[in-house]
Design a protein around this ligand. Sequence first.
Ligand SMILES: [Zn+2]
Length: 315
Amino acid sequence: MPSEHLNVEMTFDINNPFYLTAVSWQSEEPFLRIQAQRDNSTTFVKAQNLFLRFRVMANQPRRCIGRIKRTEEGSSHQECDSVPTSGRYCAKCQTAENVNAANMHHAHRRGRAEIDKTMKAYLSHPHRLYLAAFRDGSIKVGTTRGSSGNTRLIEQGAWLATYVAEVEDGFAVRELEDEITEQLGVIQAVDTRRKILGHLNYLSNQELAQSLLQMSSETEKVLRERLGTRGSLIDEPWYNPMVDAEVWGNLAPYPGSIKEGAHELTIHSMVGRLAACHKTGFSDTFLVDTQSLLTLPLETGTFEVDELALQESLF
Ligand SMILES: [Zn+2]
C-alpha cells in the first residue's frame, strides 16, 4: 500500500489550475491523483463515474509529475513543482527515476553489495513472479513486491494474470524473470499502443485464458529447475475487475485530442491508465488515455466544450 497521504474527494472540487500526476489504485479502484498549482497539495479523486469538464490552459506552464521515493517500507510519491524538461519529468526527477530504474533492473547483475542501501532494503522483501495477459494477446512476465495486493497488475491494465511463484526477495525474483524471458521468449513490457489496440480489437477471454495457461505451465517447468530453496510455486489466478464489463466490449477511440481544448466526459471505469468514457449525446463509449493529460495545466469550469468531429471518424 503506498504511504501517500490519502485525501479522497468524492466530488471534483479543486483549485484551478491543477495537474493530473497519476492514476493511483487503491483496493483495485482507480483514483486520479491531482496536484493543485497554488499550494502543491495532492488530492485523490475517485475516477469511477466521475463527471469531468476540463480545459487545457494555454497560458500556464506545464508541471513535472514528481518522482517515486523508495524506502524499506515501500514506495511513495514526491511532488514536484518544476517545469518538465522533456517528457513528464524535470531534470532532477528524471535523474532520480533513471537511477531507480537502473538499480531495479541491474539489482541482480551488479550484486547486492553494489546496490544503494535504500534500494537494497526495498528489495530485501518477498516478491511474486507473475504472467500477465493483455487483450491483444501479449503475455508478459513481471514481478511485484509483497505477497498480497494486486496493484502492479491493475495499474498496468493487465486483463488476466497468474501469480506463478513467491520468491524470497527482489534480487532472486529478477534473476528468475530474466531466465523466463531467455528460455521462453516472454517479454517484460507491453507498450500502451498494443494495450489500446487490444481493447478496440480484442481476443476473447477464453482465448487469452488458454494461452496464459499454456505459458504458465511452461514457466512452472523452468522454475521447478531454477527456483531451488529461494521460493515456491503458487499458481494463483487474477482477473481485471472489468473482465466481464459490457462497456469494455464495445469501445470507440476518442475522436479528438484531449491534450488541447475543452472536454466533457464521464469516466465509466478504468483499465490501467485507460478510461472508458461516456459523453452526453453520444451512444458510443470512448477509450481515453489519461496519460495524455499528465503535466498539462488544467482547469474546470462552466465553459463551452469543443464539438467532437464524430462525422469525420464515423462516416
Ligand atoms: Zn520534478
